[in-house]
Write a protein that binds this ligand. Structure first.
Ligand code: F3S
Length: 755
């Protein structure tokens, strides 16, 4: 049995009493999010009410999930923590390191050879420390977690920003950096600022062409990529209970695209059906015993404006299908308006590829609905005008979808079935011709569509849609195609119309799988050796970062003043760099190469203040480091949005950047910087961003009295000899200041383990 029933029983044993205690202390009815948070306090029973958006709180998550790209660094850090076993159930999932090229039958064996040393490392380190290991081809982390581990009312952290997907099964599941995962696996509390709460009331029922995906595409359009920052989004209402469990997962998954801490739904019959269909009757039975605690209080949902910080209402009866993009997931266009918008904005109408998959939309239901469109196309004498690719979410989904004929339907329509893995969603897509950087359009059912994300081509215009809409658009080959109203010409020259999709929430004959790809850890791992070759270019054991020198930081060089969007993809690019995720020095050669330099509008071209020459960001920083000079990175709004990868914080730390000063941070990245002993600072007055000039030398003052809630001071020494100074904010609490002083959180954990 993959899931840990004893752990779930233990969580449920205290759940009701803790919720009752919290309700009394808070003095009002509770949302589901609050119930889960208060039931997972590190100190046990609730003793005080926490202020949302202000109080830092220690939690005790029930599980940890890690994907292969981030697990390497998380586990390299865990190896330094000095613990014999993980303290909470944890899993590793090999899904990011598999290139999609010609199809699973060839791509998967190739990946196993190409990344053998990484998979072997992850397998052996999992075996040693009591971690469940999901082999390459077993599936995408979040689909596998939903199928096996997620449970209503649970709290999980994962080293991937789409960990939030498990909200589809009523969890509070949060994406973190590897350093946070390392803490929890080492048996330490996990700290989070008590989130604000956004309530989304869903009324009505999806119909026709609308899918769960369209709900979150619409929400992204309303809230934008920053709108959920610092908040849990809680969905409720009859529209919510009308959704399937995996549909709820899709919605929660893309909560990451609005910056939300996580998203969740109350326990309902769709979740019970899903638990039972995925062989977890015992979990459903246990959940049923406390089900009134596993959803928000009735009064909260009756008068949500009294209990949430923000309330949005969406009527599913009136919802239209959406296409979001290009280049950002919050640019929401109803399908009916896409032709006009595309023509107005010069987005190429011809669609080169339609891709179905990713952790967002690769469930059995997703494939069944897309297959119903593919099937119609075959019956009506249509072919696909775009290339068409499918990544099933897990081996269980693939096996069952294959048994039920969906994969054959796709193949009959000339689709390529890629491995059960992330593939193009993470840029692991060897797309023929992408290197020509031609302007082109693709449509996919993924969650992210930042420039270069899927194929490395900055001129690929990627649009996000539901799987059934991707199928319809791939058949038409036209971004402006609206299947609700438009016809297509078939092989007899007739005008035919696609009927709305049909599908199955769950397989009628049940899920089936021969080998799900799971490897249980050794009962006693003390004798297991974890080998990392000292000459490996993909794995490198970590050395501790040095402690703070105890003085203010003076004479820092400006490495880059980044302009506009600077996501973790811009800071530490994925795609070809994924293979260096376990080798800090090698991957540091991608540091900030995607960020746009404010002073010349170029990427990866910054001025070396010591030579006056322009060069790549990593090489410039290595030169500063060699000369013993610290530096500072300046950024714009929502700096570090996107993924949870701590490489985006570790690389600058490793290469000697001392501080990152921005207009605002994405939460996970800000925490990652703190964990690594970096300074993450924000402008008190955002206009001060404009004061920073290319040739500035910069001091950071106030560190010798570094205290929570007290701003630090930036002094700019301009090249003309003039000086300016202004205050900058930070959100370090007392413990995080200790991390900074020690040179990183891990230095403290190791010290404690040795004591
Ligand atoms: Fe993988 Fe893309 Fe999800 S990279 S985990 S499928 S967001």
């Amino acid at each position: 049995m993959a899931f840990d029933l004893d752990m779930i029983k233990k969580v449920y044993a205290n759940f009701g009493s803790r919720v009752d205690a919290a309700r009394k202390i808070v003095g009002r009815p509770l949302t589901l999010s609050e119930k889960i948070l208060y039931a997972h306090l590190w100190d046990g029973d609730p003793k005080k009410a926490f202020a949302r958006g202000t109080d830092y709180v220690d939690f005790a998550p029930d599980r940890v999930a890690m994907q292969d790209a981030t697990a390497q660094m998380a586990l390299l850090q865990f190896m330094q923590a000095g613990r014999p076993q993980v303290a909470v159930p944890s899993t590793v999932h090999c899904d990011h390191l598999i290139t999609a090229k010609v199809g699973a039958a060839i791509d998967l064996p190739n990946a196993k050879t190409e990344s053998a040393e990484v998979f072997d490392f992850l397998s052996s380190v999992s075996n040693k420390y009591g971690i469940g290991f999901w082999k390459p081809g077993a599936g995408i982390i979040h689909q596998v977690v939903l199928e096996n581990y997620a449970f209503p009312g649970g709290m999980m952290i994962g080293t991937d920003s789409h960990t939030v997907n498990a909200g589809g099964l009523g969890m509070v599941a949060i994406g973190v950096g590897g350093a946070d995962a390392c803490d929890v696996m080492a048996g330490l509390p996990w700290e989070l600022k008590f989130p604000k709460l956004i309530g989304i009331k869903l009324t009505g029922k999806l119909n026709g062409w609308t899918a769960a995906k369209d709900i979150i595409l619409k929400v992204a359009g309303i809230l934008t990529v920053k709108g959920g920052t610092g908040a849990i989004v809680e969905y409720f209402g009859d529209g919510a209970t009308n959704l399937s469990c995996t549909g709820k997962g899709t919605i929660c998954n893309m909560g990451a695209e609005i910056g939300a801490t996580t998203s969740t739904f109350g326990y309902d019959e769709s979740m019970e059906r899903y638990l039972r269909a995925t062989n977890r009757n015992e979990v459903a039975d246990e959940a049923n015993k406390i089900k009134e605690y596993l959803t928000g209080d009735a009064e909260v949902y009756a008068n949500p404006e009294n209990y949430f910080d923000q309330v949005i209402e969406i009527n599913l009866d009136e919802l239209e299908p959406y296409l979001n993009g290009p280049f950002t997931p919050d640019l929401a266009t109803p399908v009916s308006q896409m032709k006009i918008e595309a023509e107005k904005n010069g987005w190429p109408l011809k669609v080169e590829w339609g891709l179905i998959g990713s952790c967002t939309n690769s469930s059995y239901e997703d494939l069944s609905r897309a297959a119903s469109i593919a099937n119609q196309a075959i019956e009506k004498g249509l072919t696909t005008k775009s290339a068409f690719g499918i990544n099933p979410g897990s081996e269980q989904v693939r096996y069952t979808a294959n048994r039920d004929g969906f994969l054959k339907t796709f193949e009959d329509l000339d689709a390529t079935i890629f491995t059960n893995a992330c593939g193009p969603c993470i840029g692991m897509w060897d797309r023929t011709g992408a290197e020509k950087a031609e302007k082109n359009t693709i449509v996919h059912s993924f969650n992210r569509n930042f420039a270069k994300r899927a194929d490395g081509n900055p001129n690929t215009f990627a649009f996000v849609a539901s799987p059934e809409m991707v199928a319809a658009i791939a058949i038409s080959g036209n971004l402006g195609f609206n299947p609700l109203t438009d016809t297509l010409t078939n092989n007899k020259g007739e005008q035919v119309k696609l009927d709305p999709p049909t599908g199955h929430e769950l397989p009628e004959k049940g899920f089936a799988v021969e080998d799900a790809g799971f490897q249980a850890p050794a009962a006693d791992g003390s004798g297991v050796n974890v080998l990392v070759s000292p000459t490996s270019h993909r794995l490198q054991l970590l050395a501790p970062f040095t402690a703070w020198e105890g003085t203010d930081l003076k004479g820092l060089k400006l490495l880059i003043k980044a302009k506009g969007k600077c996501t973790t993809d811009h800071i530490s690019m994925a795609g070809p760099w994924l293979k260096f995720r376990g080798h800090l020095d090698n991957i540091s050669n991608n540091m900030l190469i995607g960020a746009v330099n404010y002073f010349n509008d170029k990427t990866d071209t910054v001025k070396n203040e010591t030579t006056g020459e322009y060069g790549p960001v990593p090489a410039t920083q290595r030169d500063y480091k060699a000369k013993g000079l610290g530096s500072i990175v300046v950024g714009d709004e929502n700096y570090g949005e996107g993924s949870s990868r701590e490489h985006a914080a570790m690389e600058p730390r490793h290469l000697g950047v001392r501080a990152v000063l921005v207009k605002s941070f994405a939460r996970i990245h800000e925490t990652n910087l703190k964990k690594q002993g970096m300074l993450g600072l924000t402008f008190c007055d955002k206009d001060d961003y404009d004061k920073i000039l290319e040739d500035d030398t910069i001091d950071i003052l106030g560190l010798t009295t570094f205290t929570p809630d007290v701003p630090l001071t930036i002094v700019l020494h301009h090249a003309d000899g003039s000086e300016e100074q202004f205050p900058v904010n930070h959100t370090y609490n007392a413990q995080q200041i200790e991390w900074f002083v020690a040179g990183g959180a891990l230095n403290i954990i190791r010290r404690e383990a040795a004591a």
